[in-house]
Structures are given as C-alpha cells and as structure tokens.
Design a binder for this molecule. Structure first.
Ligand SMILES: [Zn+2]
Length: 343
C-alpha cells in the first residue's frame, strides 16, 4: 500500500490548547506523524510519496469559501495584532448571538470560525493544514487510478472540522474533501467510515442532508465524551439524507467485543449501501493507553479492524485522524493497514 506524507506538517508545532481549565501544549503534535511514518517504513508497507499541490477548489466543495479563505490569514492577522504564542479563540457566537456579521478583530474571527479552543494557530499551521489536504487528495487519486487502497498520512486531522468551522485539532476536513472529490470524479456513492474514538461531528454536519455520501461513526457516547453536542444514535440524517447517517455511541471502557460488534453491524450497513469507494477516518485513540480517551482496544485489535474493512472488497482510502498515545501510534495505525493487507 502506498502512503502519502508531507514534511510540512512539522511546522504546526508548539501550539497550545484550552482544556479542562488550563492552556496546555497540544496533544496533537508532530511526533505523531513522524512515528507513524517510521512504522510504515519499518513494516515495509510500501513507498512513501510526497503530495501533489492542489488549489483550494476541492476544499471549497465541502467548506464555505469564506471559511477556507480565512484560514491562511489567521496567523498573519494574529501577528499584526502584536500577539505571540498560539492564536486561540475565546468567544463563540452561540445561541442568541449574531452569526450574520463577521467582526473585524482576529479574536472575533477565530471564534466565528470555530466551535472550541482546540484548533489554534502558530506560524506554520496554515502550511500544515494545506499540505494535509493535499496529502488526502493525492492519496485519493491513487485509489481512483486503480490502487486497491492508499494511506493518507494526514496531519493535522480533519473530522471535527465542519462546513464553516474548525475545532478539536481539525481545520480542513480531509476525509470529507476526499469523499467529495471521488463524487466529482464520477463515483456514484461514497461511504465515510469513522473509527476514531471521537465522533466526527464535522463530517456528519457536512453530509447530513445527502444520500450520496453515507457517514458511519463509531465513538465515545457524547453524553460523556467530546465533542459532546453531536453523535447520538438518533441522528440519522435529514431530508434526502434521512437514513444515510449512522452513529454508534459507546460507553467508557468499551473493549473489542462490543466495539468489534459495532463495526460488524456498521459493515452490514456499508455493504447494503454498496458504495464505489470507502474513505476510512482512521483514528487510533480507541487504544487502551490513549491519554485523552476511554476505550480499551489493544494493539492486537487494530489488524482485525483492517481485515474486516478489507472483507468489504471495495477500493479504500485511509485518512489519518486522531491517536495520542505516541509510543504506540505507529504500531496501531499501521496495524490496521497491514491487517487490511492480511499480513
Ligand atoms: Zn479522536
């Protein structure tokens, strides 16, 4: 299996995040991608290719144009305001506040285009965001060209980013951009299967009213887990999209027996939809030692995920999402991929 990777991710480094009452160094850090890349090499998964550079049109097919155009301006505006450190929002336009006018200060604009304080900017953040999207599109093109599967080693991740908001370490929704790209290239139906520990709220929001992109999420129950405000089992899509969104919220402590059963049920719904291609939002923060998550999957479980997805017999694009136990992130992420290849 070919991997697409960009060294530009590394510029997104040293950013801080707002969590549990403190401003902390981001759990989403460059070593995550470097360790996965090293494991791809040591496991001889296949060649590692650089991304082709794309314009932003593909991203604007799933994101609002003004949101995408804002992202490269965030850090320059922060610097122009005389700020240092990380550009983090602190005010959000929630219930009762206006979202029809964009205020002029960078603080307001960061809040306007986000749903939490988990997606901050440093100097190299935009180049990393853009390269991560390029990685996804380049890997998608490999699958379109006939590869059975490809691995987009994206960083930053994407599945919390919605049509006009960032959050949860995510800025451009790489999996959603790739899924739409497949549609625009002629695929009739695409499924996004999100196995990250956290609900892919951005992906759900983007495709919620559509019947051509099925979205399936396995994740921590939002009653107790981030992102808290989406991801319940009764969210099944709306309008034309009714019945094409499937959520599997699960409680803290969920281990393979129940998680694997949910995956089995999800694969049944996926097969019934009969997509032309599957995009897997590949998070491995379901791992028992993940520092910010509460599931109990073991390193032996990840190859089983890959084998089950391979059994679908469909062209498959793996897009890297979360996973914060950096010592094992390579073993677990690449474990899914070698399991897919049944070796
Ligand atoms: Zn996650």
């Amino acid at each position: 299996m070919k991997t697409v990777f960009s060294p530009l991710h590394a510029g997104h480094s040293g950013q801080m995040e707002l969590m549990a009452g403190e401003i902390l160094p981001g759990f989403e850090k460059p070593s995550r991608a470097e360790i996965i890349k090293a494991r791809v090499e040591s496991e001889k998964l296949g060649p590692i290719l650089p991304p082709d550079v794309h314009d932003l049109q593909a991203a604007k097919r799933v994101h609002r144009a003004d949101y995408i155009d804002f992202l490269p301006t965030a850090w320059p505006k922060w610097e122009a305001a005389g700020r240092k450190g990380s550009a983090i929002p602190y005010t959000w336009p929630t219930r009762g506040l206006r979202t029809d006018v964009l205020p002029q200060t960078i603080d307001a604009q960061l809040g306007f285009y986000s749903f939490d304080g988990g997606a901050s900017f440093v100097k190299g953040t935009w180049d990393a965001i853009k390269s991560s999207c390029d990685v996804a599109l380049t890997a998608a093109a490999l699958v379109k060209a006939g590869e059975r599967a490809a691995f987009a080693l994206c960083r930053p991740p994407g599945h919390h980013a919605g049509s006009a908001f960032m959050g949860g370490y995510c800025y451009i929704n790489n999996a959603a951009v790739a899924a739409q790209w497949f549609r625009d290239q002629g695929a009739a139906r695409v499924t996004i299967l999100d196995v990250d520990y956290h609900h892919g709220n951005g992906t759900q929001e983007i495709f919620y009213d559509r019947a051509d992109v099925q979205v399936i999420n396995l994740h921590g129950d939002p009653m107790t887990e981030y992102p808290f405000f989406l991801g319940h089992a009764d969210e099944r899509g709306e309008g034309a999209g009714e019945g094409f969104n499937h959520n599997y919220p699960m409680p803290f402590g969920t281990a393979w027996e129940d998680w694997g059963a949910a995956l089995e049920d999800a694969c049944g719904k996926l097969a019934a939809f009969a997509p032309d291609v599957v995009v897997v939002s590949l998070g491995v923060d379901t791992f028992e030692k993940d520092p910010i998550s509460q599931f109990k999957l073991t390193s032996e479980d990840y190859p089983k995920i890959g084998r089950r997805i391979a059994k679908l017999g469909l062209p498959t694009l793996f897009v890297m999402e979360g996973g914060y136990a950096v010592d094992e992130i390579g073993i677990n992420a690449v474990g899914v991929l070698t399991g897919f290849e049944d070796r």
